[in-house]
Design a protein around this ligand. Sequence first.
Ligand SMILES: [Zn+2]
Length: 333
Amino acid sequence: MSECEGENRAGVVEGGGVWQVGAMMEGLFYAGCGLDRVSKRRREAQWITDRLHDHGSRVVPVWKERNLIRAGAEPVPVALAGVAASEVITRSDDVVILGVDGDGAAWIAADLSSWDEASVTAIERGAKLADLRRVSAVMLSSDAALLAYARGIVHWHRRHRFCGICGSPTRSSEGGHLRMCDNPECQAQHFPRTDPAVIMLVTRQGPGGDACLLGRQDRWPRGMVSTLAGFVEPGETLEEAVAREVLEEVGIRVTGVRYRGSQPWPFPSSLMLGFRAEAEEGAEIVADADELEYARWFTPTDIDRFPEMGLKLPRVDSIARRLVEEWLREMVV
Ligand SMILES: [Zn+2]
């Protein structure tokens, strides 16, 4: 993510640094695993074979939608090396070379989804299978990003075992960054995909002071309200997707659509693209009942009163939360 683009207006001091209005969002959860993805080397068959047999390589097991961690106050990924790593690689459903760390060691995700759960947790004493979103807030951010990457790409492999063109089986290639159709008549190449989704905080000025629009879906945790979001459709720009989703969900036209930052969201396979947008003057909310239980304007004072209103902001790991917090900070500048 690029640093400090935009107007770079110095704002409040936070955590020892100067927070800047207009700078792109940084430090989002699930971003910044720190590996070099070595996209050229993973095309070399011998290099891949060597990494899979190198006792210095580290193997991160993934089981269905869960990651293997060593539990504790600050959980860490189980990262196997040596003989333990070789055994897991041999018995895995698929492996993906994620990249290489600063010491030159390869990090490899191993899909163990066909194993029974007890066999996976028995790999290492004290290991536990965890839903990443439940533990990421207390993990080192680069560890959470690594596990998110492993989970996301393993998920893609599990869902692309057959060619979408001819229906024949596919096989993993290029260290797990490509699947090739086995049918000699077809030979289609399938690359890992992420689904772009826009997520936006809509704001307005007056009449009762600045406010932001938050809505609620009935399947969300009790009391949680959040920004609007939706998938980008073929043939539209990100800005068009923002405007369309807001109009569809709450009947409001927006202007000043502004990109704020992106976040990998492999739950299971999205990339969240965060935006701000301004509501057209005098716009009234007409919430789409199929999408939302309700949506309304909240002032910063309203948000301060969330605990007594029985409401809460989205989870700390989400870009939705960051969009709201960014706006709240601007309100006090
Ligand atoms: Zn095919």
